[in-house]
Ligand binder design. Sequence first.
Ligand SMILES: C[S@@+](CC[C@H](N)C(=O)[O-])C[C@H]1O[C@@H](n2cnc3c(N)ncnc32)[C@H](O)[C@@H]1O
Length: 256
Amino acid sequence: MSENHPTTSHRQTLTAEFARAAAGFDRRTKGRFDDLGVLDFAGVGPGDAVLEVGAGTGNFLGLFAHAARLLVAVDLSPVMLGLARRSHPRLGLITGDGARLPLRSGSVELVTSAQTLHHVARPLEILKEMVRVMTPKGRLLIVDQVATERFEEAVVMNELEVVRDPSHAASRPPSALRTVVKAAGLDIADERIVEVDERFSEWMLAGEFPPKRIDAVQAFIGRWGDATGMDWRHDGREWRFTRRRMMLLAQRPGPS
Ligand SMILES: C[S@@+](CC[C@H](N)C(=O)[O-])C[C@H]1O[C@@H](n2cnc3c(N)ncnc32)[C@H](O)[C@@H]1O
C-alpha cells in the first residue's frame, strides 16, 4: 500500500458502507444539487470533458449531461457506480481511487468532487492528482459540506457524523478547504456558501440506516447537538438542522 492511498481499513469501511447504503443513498440524495446553479458557477462549455472524483450514483455529474462533451465518473465503490450507470447512461465509469487517476495529465477541462472530500482524511493527495489531469486552463470545482470556523464545534460535528456514518473522515471549515486547494497549487476564482434546512428523517432515512444507528445519533444530538454548530432544533415532531455547503472554483495561477 502506498502512503498516498486510504488505509486498507478505511477503504474497506467506505466500500462496505456505500455498498450497504447505495440504493437508499441514491433515493435520498436525488436532486440535492439541482438548485445550486452549478453549470453557471463552473462555466462549463460544450467542448469540455468533466471528471468527478467520488461520483457515487451520479447525482452531481449527471447535472452536466447536456452541457459537456464527455463525463467521467471515478469512485471506489462499484456498487455506487452500478446505480450511476442505470440513471445516467452517458457517464464513463472507472472504479478506482481519486488519489491515482488512470487519466492522462492535462486532459480534463473541469475536474470536480461533490460531497466526497469529507470521506477523505488526506484530501491534498486527491487534489494534487485532480490538478495533474486538469488542462492548463482547466478548473477545479469542489462542493462539500462544511463545519463552522470554531474548532470545538468542528470536532463535535465530526464526532456526530462518524456515529451516523463510519466512513466519514472530516467536515472542514471553509478556511481549511481554501488552504488545501491552494496547497494543491491553485488560485481560488470563486466561492459560495449555501445553507439548506434539513430534517433528521431525510438525513437519516429509515431503511438506509440501521435503526440502532438512528437511535444513537438522536441520543447524541439530544446531548451534544448544541455544540456542533449545526443549529439543531426540535420543531415539535422531529429534529432539524442547517446543512452548510461550500462551492469552490479554482484554477492555476496566472492569466486564465
Ligand atoms: C457521499 S458520496 C457522494 C456521491 C456523489 N458525489 C453525490 O454527491 O451524490 C461519496 C462517494 O465518494 C466515494 N469515495 C470516497 N473516497 C474516495 C476515493 N478516495 N476515491 C474515489 N472515490 C471515493 C465513495 O465511494 C462514495 O461513493
